[in-house]
Design a protein around this ligand. Sequence first.
Ligand code: G6P
Length: 615
Amino acid sequence: MCGIVGYVGPREAYPIILNGLKRLEYRGYDSAGVAIFDGSEIQLCKTKGKVSDLEAKIEGNIQTNGQLGIGHTRWATHGVPNDVNSHPHYSNSGDLVIIHNGIIENYATIKKELINRGYTFQSDTDTEVLVNLIEDIKIKEGVKLGKAVQIALNQVVGAYAIALFDRQKPDEIVVARLGSPLAIGIGDDEFFVASDATPFIEFTNKTVYLKDEEMAIIKAGRDVKIRKIKDDTLVDPYIQELQLNLEQIEKGGYEHFMLKEIYEQPQVIKDTYRGRLLADQGIIKLGGLEDHIHRFINAPRVTIVACGTSWHAGLVAEYIFEDWARIPVEVEYASEFRYRNPVISEKDVIIAISQSGETADTLAAIKLAKQRGAFVYGVCNVVGSSISRETDSGSYTHAGPEIGVASTKAFTTQITVLTMIALRLAQAKGTISTRDYMLHLRELELVPTYVSEALEGDGKIQEIANVFKDAANFLYLGRGYNFPVALEGALKLKEISYIHAEGYPAAEMKHGPIALIDEQMPVVVIAVNSNHYEKVVSNIEEIKARKGKIIAVVTEGDTTVKELADYIMEVPQIPEALTPLVTTIPLQLLSYHIALMLGRNVDQPRNLAKSVTVE
Ligand code: G6P
C-alpha cells in the first residue's frame, strides 16, 4: 500500500526520491507525487497513475533542485485516485507539506472543526485534514513543528506513517508511525526515510525501524531524535545493520519479479532450512521454537491467523500439525478473528503468518491474542517488521525480498518453516514414528531439487497457458494437503490475470460447482499420488462426463490421469505431506504465463497491494 520516501542531506533529493518511489512500486498504488525543497521554494508535483507518469510530468516542467524531499505512492482509501487526492498535501498556509500512509478515522469530525475555523480543503483526503490540524496547532499554540505533530497525533484515531516538513525549517523532516511501517536510513550527515529499506539500501544499511507511537525529528548533520508520541519520552534508537543487497531487489535478467521469485524457490527453500534441518543427524532446531516447545505441547490447540497467501500456508500447516503432532489447529482469517470475540486463553498458542510482517489485520489479531494472554509465534519474512517485533517468538522465512505482488516464494518458504515446526513438535510429543520423522527430514532436504525438476515443466505450461488464456472462469480442485494448493492456485490466477477462479476441495464439487462445468470450463485438478488418488480420479471422471477440460497436476510417470486429462503438468514423486511444496510450482507458472499473454501488469496487478497496512 502507500509508499513513503524522504531524504535530507547534502545530495540532490529528487533522484533519490524518484528512484525510491520506483522501488516501492511493488507495494501497489494508483498515484504518485513528490515535493522537493531547496530552502526557499517548494516544488510539488503529483499525478494519478504510475511513477513513470509522474516523472514525465516533472521532466522539464519543474525545478528539481533541492536537498530535502519527500515522495509518495498512494493507494486510495479516502477519495478516488486523481491528481488532487494524490500526496503530498500542503497545509493552508503552504508552509507544511505532508505524505501519509494509513487512515485517520476521525478525520471528518476534525475537518468540520477546521472548516468552522476558516480552513479550506482541496482534496477529499484524510491526510489534508491532518496537515491542517498540525498547522492549526502550530499557530494556535505557538509551538515548533515537532511539538505540533505530537499534539495533533494525540488527537487523531487511526493508523499512520507520516513524513512532513516545514518551509521554515529547510533541513528537517518529522516522521511518525502508528500501525504503518516506517524505516529511517542513517547515512553520513544525511537521512533517508521510507516504508521499507529498499529505497535507500545502496546508500546505507544502517536502519532504525520506528515503533508504533514513536516519532522522530530528522535533521541533516544531527543525530536522529526519537520520542514517544504519548508522553514525549526520549527513546534510544536501535540501529540495525541490514543484510539486504541491491541485487536481491533487482530483476536479475528475468522479465518480471514474479518469474524471478518463482525460479528462486529452490534456493530460498534451502536458505530457509539451512542450519535448522540436519537430516543426517535427525535434528530440527529452530532458535525461536526450542525455548517454547512446552507452550505448544501443552496448548489445547494452535490457532493460525493470516491473510491471503499466508492464510493458505496456514491451511497446509493445519494438515501437517494435526497429522504429525496431533495438535488441533484452527486457521482463521486475521480480519475475522479480530472482530469476533474469539475464545482464547493463556494456554492458547497463536501462529501469525505474514510475508511482509506489516499486514494490519494480522497485527490486530496478534494484539487481541496477546491481550487475552495467549502465546504468539510469528512466521515472517521481513526482518524487523512489525509482526516480528510484536510476537513473543518466531521463525523467519529466508525468502529474501518478495517484490511481485502475487506471493510465490514466500508461500513455499512459509510451508517449509511450518513443516519443520510440525516435525519438531511431533518428535517432542512422540506422535511420529522415527522412521517417518527421518523420512520427512531427508525428503524435506531434497525439496529444492524436486522444485527445480517441477520448474523444468515451464515450456509445456506455457503451451497450456496459451490454450486457456481466454477462458472466463477456472476451477481448481484438490484434496487433503492439496486442497489449500487449489485455493492458492485459484488466487494466483485471479490476482494477476483477472480471470475469475475458484478453488474447491475436489469432493465438494458435487455440492455446487459441478453445475458450472461445461466444455468452456477449464478445471485444474491436483491429482498427484496420495491417499486420495483414486477418489480424485473419480472426480476427474465426473468432470469429463460433463465435458469440462482437465488440466491435471500429476506425479511423474502417472498413466491413469494422463489418459483422462486434456493436459498434464508433472511434478516429482514426494511424500504426500510435502506435495504442496511442488504442486504449487506449476500453478504459479500457469497463472504467470496466462497473465503475461493477456498483457497484464504481472508484478503490480490492478487494485492490489503487496503490504496491506490498512484494514
Ligand atoms: C496482500 C498481498 C498477498 C498476501 C497478503 C498477506 O493481499 O497481495 O500476496 O498474501 O496481503 O500478506 P502478508 O504480508 O501478511 O503475508
